[in-house]
Design a protein around this ligand. Structure first.
Ligand SMILES: NC(=O)c1ccc[n+]([C@@H]2O[C@H](COP(=O)([O-])OP(=O)(O)OC[C@H]3O[C@@H](n4cnc5c(N)ncnc54)[C@H](OP(=O)(O)O)[C@@H]3O)[C@@H](O)[C@H]2O)c1
Length: 339
């Protein structure tokens, strides 16, 4: 089974924008590897590729093309001497059960180090995004107040925990009370408030950040960001990681003009693309793995079952329904015939 782009989404994608099809199992050529997928990562960047826009991660995809995605799988057949049957690998494998890719484009995983699904979450792109976005772009310092929007998603939950490890006061913005409770009770955030559950957003923000905001890690944009701008401290940093609330709008939303607030506060705003840190990925991954093993970083995944459920799970993720990292289980882990 494989899933391709049937129609460019207008607003939030619909199940009919995806097409399920079947293909012959491909055969690897020299230096290529056949991989059976185990976990597929669902990531918000796919929405802009589906819509035909440039994404920092991949060029736009065309109608009828396979949907791209990072995934973890096991090697079924290898024509690359660096890989053998049963190896667990991560790469851009797409929404399909079997993928043929050049060995050079795969990363071999050690299944004894951490659960293999973490290669798509805490030890993958979301973890590295939180790590470099907060510590390098945000230049986070101990004792500062960090505000995180989209805090209960794959990147946000890790950014908040990293900030706690760095002895900061961490405040999360999330869509529902169940999610804000989870942030405080399970992940150790100091405070969290709901963004679309009634009440005046500015009041909730002021109550959660009585000493203002030093670093704002923005995954969502829109109204929360407009209000956060009013609470910036001197020399605050705004890290623009994502703008989830804007990605599915049919027309851009007019918003308040708040750039003038950066002047008096001498604040800095910066967007970033995690791939620009690729030469530091091993260092970042090693630190994240240490924190994970020490129990200082908690992981949370939601796993939809079966490739056919991926469109619905993806739409749910764009509506903010997932807690933590959203994955799809496509197949089973390889078991050696000798076991
Ligand atoms: N710059 C980079 O290099 C880079 C790399 C990876 C990811 N990203 C971006 O980082 C952002 C977060 O990624 P992720 O993997 O954590 O995604 P995610 O798991 O979908 O989490 C995003 C969270 O934002 C909130 N949200 C989603 N849609 C929303 C909407 N329409 N309105 C308001 N809130 C909404 C939801 O949580 P709450 O209930 O908690 O609000 C959701 O869980 C995305 O924009 C992604 O594109 C950027």
């Amino acid at each position: 089974m494989r899933i391709t782009l049937a129609a460019r989404p207008v607003g939030f994608p619909k199940v009919s924008d995806f097409e399920l099809g079947y293909a012959q199992r491909p055969t690897p050529k020299a230096r290529q590897v056949l991989v059976r997928l185990i976990y597929l990562s669902l990531d918000p960047w796919l929405r802009s590729s589906m819509g035909g826009q440039e994404s920092p991660h991949l060029p736009p995809i065309q109608l009828g093309e396979l949907l791209p995605a990072h995934a973890v799988g096991h090697v079924v057949k290898s024509e690359d001497p660096d890989f053998r049957e049963g190896d667990v690998v991560e790469g851009l494998l797409g929404w399909q059960e079997y993928a043929v890719v050049a060995g050079a484009e795969l990363r071999k995983l050690d299944p004894n180090l951490a659960p293999i699904s973490t290669a798509l979450g805490v030890l993958g792109m979301p973890g590295l995004t939180a790590y470099f976005g907060l510590l390098d772009v945000g230049d986070l310092q101990p004792g500062e107040t960090v505000l995180i929007s989209g805090a209960a998603g794959g990147v946000g939950m890790l950014a908040g925990q990293i900030a706690k490890i760095r002895n900061c006061r961490v405040v999360g913005a999330a869509t529902t009370e169940a999610r804000t409770s989870w942030l405080c009770d399970e992940l150790g955030f100091d405070a969290a408030f709901t963004t679309n559950n009634g009440g005046v957003l500015r009041d909730k923000l002021e109550a959660s950040c009585p000493d203002g905001v030093d670093v704002y890690f923005d995954n969502v944009g829109g109204e929360v960001t407009d209000e956060a701008m009013c609470l910036l401290n001197e020399k605050a940093r705004i890290v623009v990681c994502g703008q989830d609330s804007q990605d599915n709008l049919e027309k851009p939303e007019p918003g308040p003009r708040w750039l003038h607030r950066l002047i008096a506060k001498q604040a800095r705003i910066q967007g970033f693309v995690v791939s620009s840190y690729s030469r530091l990925f091993s260092e970042g991954r090693a630190q994240l793995a240490r924190w994970l093993h020490e129990g200082r970083l908690k992981n949370h995944e939601e796993v939809a079952q079966g490739l056919a459920t991926a469109p619905q799970a993806f739409i749910g993720m764009l509506q903010g329904k997932n807690l933590g990292k959203q994955l799809v289980q496509v197949g089973e882990r390889y078991r050696s015939p000798s076991l």
